[in-house]
Design a protein. Structure first.
Ligand code: SF4
Ligand code: SF4
Length: 670
């Protein structure tokens, strides 16, 4: 009689304490901004099955992925033991044996996974101290936390086997337990007292574990499935889509995020879900090249700030020093924030679907729009965008220059001119597509050749295409990523008006940044467009035999993936297929390619900022490209082209190695 009473007291205490922690946690989430994450259920379920249950992201790294998969599924199966033990606490002698043959399967799996978890936990423990991979190297307190949890898991398994072995020795075991039977072979005669010791130890460790979780990085055991379900990413990726700000809403007094309360509750949940595995940091171009930015720390600092300030805020305490602090500056420095290229490599690797970029941009928004605290060179970029609707100091009229040049060249070549100015037609209805040149495509001397090359391909394929010329304005991408949402919104609204005026529906562009903004972000400003990247367009023209490469080029080519084309829009094969269609081309991949491609260093507006900290990202990438032995580095983005060309110059390889766009290579081969 005493046993169930004692058990009930411990059970209610443990569950009560846990619910108290959960209630506190929810009250911290409520301090942050609301956000609706209710829609898109099929996508959410698919993410949850693939990423949370099948652990597909973790399996990108074979060894660690398999280890984690064993621990995860071991835990799911072992939950039955815990439930069985809890019921047994209330009703002595209870077991699921009434399930018949299914119970034998269950006990077999318990034994199998129990042994597997024990081995992997011991391996993981050793790995924390000997031969630790770089990404797992953490400060002493984090290592202690990780080791403590691993020891707890090991003890849960040891006590579980202890119970099974004692039952076997007492002749009370049911089901099929090969591992426990093997261990029991080493002992003779069971003892009921020993069984009780293992039982109570098992239960107390489980309850202690449950109550430790909300205060440790292993909270992800509980939150990762929920976090994955609530994530907005589609797999394969549609990149991070930044949310607009309603500047007409006069109740908004704080633009962007200064403290954790200015972020959304989902950003806070992300912080609590971080497992501190360091996968994000190990692929971050800024961190790799020696910058202070560490995406893992961005996430854990959000958690730390919430944990430090949340309780005092909820209790409305006064005079607490933590309340005088802020997330930005006291926890995260502007230097870290400005180093981000928004390349999404961190997001791609994160096994629990954490979004690092939205909070980074939100904090940039606050620095720019509230504090006017940003690197001085951004003044020029913002001024140009305000006055010339482009990051560069060119007039709107100069957007027509490439069109005039192209028309001259086409008439000299005797090519038919399929190009139309949309303004002269009054509408885009008669056109196959509108070609959005982008600012770099119109103004950058080098990239203008790419723009014209692609236009010539359209001409050769007989595509009826229109251009907006001086009516086109910067899509707003650099301003958005640099945190100047006010400026971005103004540019976007002007473009939306123009696109609507001409009833534009289909757009093709040679700039992945323009593509991403027009395709994924303009819908929030009132226009839905079908947007393709020029490499996708070329691939289709090749498939339809409207373009037929015949000239052999005999070139060893490596392709550099643009982050905004690949990770943001899942376009990896189109540029490669287009290149492979050219006779004589020998394609060679860089070590970091496809969805693991390394950023060129120009995204997130970094194209326009000085890079003085650590090694330059474009040099790191150029060295990797040169390491392939390719004589041509193919790219499909104006920013990548500039960064790689600068890299080649710096490495003094300009005479041997060329950076070319996919369109230029295909055109050469016609
Ligand atoms: S987006 Fe890229 S640069 Fe920014 S933190 Fe993530 S990996 Fe680093
Ligand atoms: S943010 Fe994701 S990838 Fe980075 S340490 Fe946390 S769990 Fe790992």
């Amino acid at each position: 009689m005493l046993r169930p009473i004692l058990f009930s007291i411990i059970f209610l205490g443990a569950i009560g304490l846990f619910l108290y922690s959960v209630r506190n946690f929810i009250s911290y989430l409520k301090l942050a901004k609301p956000e609706d994450r209710s829609g898109n259920i099929p996508q959410r379920l698919s993410n949850t099955i693939n990423i949370a249950f099948l652990q597909t992201k973790l399996l990108r790294s074979k060894l660690a992925g398999i280890l984690h998969l064993c621990i995860y599924w071991g835990f799911v199966v072992l939950l039955f033991v815990v439930v069985e033990s809890i019921i047994e606490g209330f009703f002595e002698g209870f077991s699921f044996a009434f399930l018949g043959p299914f119970y034998s399967v269950l006990t077999f799996l318990q034994d199998f996974f129990g042994a597997l978890v024990l081995v992997t936990v011991l391996f993981s423990l050793v790995r924390r101290y000997i031969g630790t991979p770089e990404r797992l190297r953490v400060d002493t307190s984090s290592r202690k936390d990780a080791s403590f949890i691993l020891v707890m898991i090991a003890l849960v398994m040891v006590t579980m086997f202890g119970m099974s072995v004692e039952k076997i020795l007492l002749g009370q075991s049911q089901g099929y337990r090969p591992v426990s039977e093997f261990i029991a072979g080493f002992f003779s005669g069971g003892s009921h007292a020993m069984y009780e010791v293992f039982f109570w130890a098992h239960i107390l460790i489980v309850f202690a574990f449950l109550n430790y979780l909300p205060y440790s990085k292993h909270f992800h055991v509980l939150s990762s499935v929920i976090n994955t379900f609530l994530s907005n990413f589609r797999i394969p990726y549609q990149g991070i889509t930044l949310k607009p700000i309603n500047f007409e809403d006069e109740s908004i007094t704080q633009y962007g995020a200064k403290d954790f309360t200015d972020l959304t509750w989902k950003n806070i949940l992300d912080g609590y879900t971080c497992t501190e595995c360091g996968r994000c940091t190990s692929v971050c171009p800024a961190n790799i090249t020696g910058k202070l930015l560490n995406p893992k720390l961005i996430v854990t600092k959000i958690r730390k700030r919430t944990m430090n300030a949340g309780p005092a805020m909820v209790e409305k305490e006064e005079g607490v020093s933590e309340l005088q602090k802020n997330l930005v500056s006291d926890y995260i420095t502007p230097q870290e924030l400005w180093a981000c290229t928004t390349c999404m490599a961190c997001v791609q690797e994160c096994p629990v679907m954490i979004d690092h970029i939205t909070p980074i941009v939100d904090m940039r928004r606050n620095l720019v729009m509230m504090e006017s605290d940003f690197p001085p060179e951004m003044n020029t970029v913002f001024r140009n965008m305000e006055n010339n609707e482009s990051p560069w100091a060119f007039s709107a009229a100069q957007r027509n220059d490439w069109i005039d040049e192209l028309q001259d060249e086409l008439s000299k070549e005797g090519s038919p001119d399929c190009l139309k100015k949309v303004s002269s037609m009054g509408s885009a209805d008669e056109l196959d597509v509108v070609f959005w040149s982008g600012c770099a495509g119109a103004f950058d001397k080098r990239y203008r050749n790419v723009t014209k090359s692609f236009a010539k391909l359209l001409n050769k394929a007989g595509v009826k295409y229109g251009v907006l010329g001086s009516e086109e304005k910067c899509t707003g991408d650099p301003a958005r990523r640099l945190g100047n949402e006010f400026l971005a919104a103004s540019l976007i609204q002007q473009n939306v008006e123009t696109l609507k005026k001409y009833n534009v529906k289909k757009v093709v562009t040679a700039c992945p940044h323009c593509m991403n903004t027009l395709k994924n972000e303009y819908s929030a400003f009132g226009i839905e467009l079908e947007v393709t990247h020029h490499t996708e367009f070329i691939e289709n023209l090749l498939k339809e035999k409207k373009l037929i490469p015949t000239k052999k080029l005999d070139e060893k080519v490596t392709f550099h993936d643009s982050c905004y084309l690949g990770r943001y829009n899942d376009v990896y094969s189109s540029p490669r297929n287009s290149l492979k269609s050219v006779p004589g081309i020998d394609m060679v991949e860089m070590k970091r390619s496809g969805d693991r491609g390394l950023c060129c260093g120009a995204g997130g507006g970094r194209m326009f900022l000085e890079e003085t900290e650590g090694k330059r990202v474009n040099i790191e990438r150029t060295e990797e490209a040169l390491g392939t032995g390719a004589k041509t580095i193919a790219s499909a983005c104006p920013f990548c082209m500039t960064m790689l060309t600068d890299g080649i110059k710096e490495k003094e390889k300009s005479d041997e190695v060329k950076v070319k766009d996919v369109a230029e290579i295909v055109l050469e081969s016609l």
